[in-house]
Write a protein that binds this ligand. Structure first.
Ligand SMILES: [Cu+2]
Length: 283
């Protein structure tokens, strides 16, 4: 069990522990919300520690809404299981400490909003078997997936292939950074995030507390001492190479940051340690 936990944490954890005090991050509000006019909508409720979600949804462009009803941070990582593989196979594969198996593809989903808040992401869901997983660890170091936060999802055909809604800004995830097509501005904008690298990456969005930096956040995430220096605003979770998701953001003036907590395929260090952060100001 310890091995599996460690492996899961190593493979895909966001080492960003939940606040000791509920809502220590501040007042819940949605900043990362759904792109509009999508074909399908799906709502996933996160609790401490389980997901409530449909068992089956139709294929196509889908906006996934994550509503966090828990006191801890939760996100949704959608993993497509091909070749008849099951969630049990996924657990076993991750316990082997190797790289993610070829038949398990991370296709993203909404990253963590503030506890009590919500976040959304829009993506193309192809027919098949999926696992919905939360890899965020609690203060005890145990990833939520080990406390029951995983559930299967079946996407039924026929496939409906179409473009994602028109975007205003594009972010390419690369080793190791966020290549943003144009500066973020105040107000609403649709952001398309695609992984242009050869390994999985995520984009976690935070609003920095006054005087705090992204480095304060990554340092804080290691030990969780004192109040968090930033408020989580969603984003997108692990995307395999070539995958893309879209989100809407509605920024007010302030200081923000983008962070990738994914472990590196070569040395296992979180990507922020390789420089995969970006600070920006919205004025
Ligand atoms: Cu990364």
């Amino acid at each position: 069990m310890r091995t599996l936990t460690a492996a899961l944490t190593l493979v895909a954890a966001t080492p960003f522990l939940a606040p000791a005090i509920p809502n220590a991050f501040g007042t819940p509000h949605a900043v990362s919300t759904a792109a509009r006019h999508t074909a399908h909508e799906m709502t996933i409720y996160a609790r401490d520690f389980a997901f409530d979600a449909p068992d089956t949804v139709p294929a196509g462009i889908t906006t996934i809404h994550l509503i966090n009803k828990g006191a801890e941070l939760h996100h949704v990582v959608l993993i497509r299981l091909s070749g008849g593989h099951t969630m049990a196979d996924l657990g076993k594969a991750m316990a082997s400490n190797g790289p993610p198996p070829k038949w398990a593809t991370s296709v993203g989903g909404p990253n963590a909003p503030v506890p009590g808040g919500n976040a959304s992401a829009t993506l193309h869901l192809a027919p098949g078997s999926y696992a919905i997983v939360c890899f965020i660890p609690s203060a005890d170091g145990v990833a939520h997936v080990m406390k029951g936060m995983s559930r299967p999802l079946t996407v039924t055909g026929p496939d409906v292939v179409g473009p994602l809604p028109k975007s205003d800004v594009t972010v390419a995830l690369v080793d190791y950074g966020f290549n943003v097509s144009r500066p973020f501005v105040a107000g609403h904008q649709v952001v398309r995030i695609h992984n242009a690298a050869m390994q999985d990456h995520e984009m976690f969005i935070v609003r920095l507390a006054p005087g705090k930096t992204v480095q304060d956040l990554t340092a804080w995430s290691e030990k969780m001492v004192g109040p968090p220096p930033a408020m989580p605003l969603g984003g997108v979770t692990a995307l395999a190479p070539g995958q893309e998701n879209e989100i809407s953001v509605d920024f007010t003036p302030g200081q923000y940051g983008l962070v990738c907590f994914m472990p590196d395929m070569h040395d296992g260090k979180p990507h922020f340690a390789h420089g995969m952060t970006k600070a920006f100001t919205v004025s």
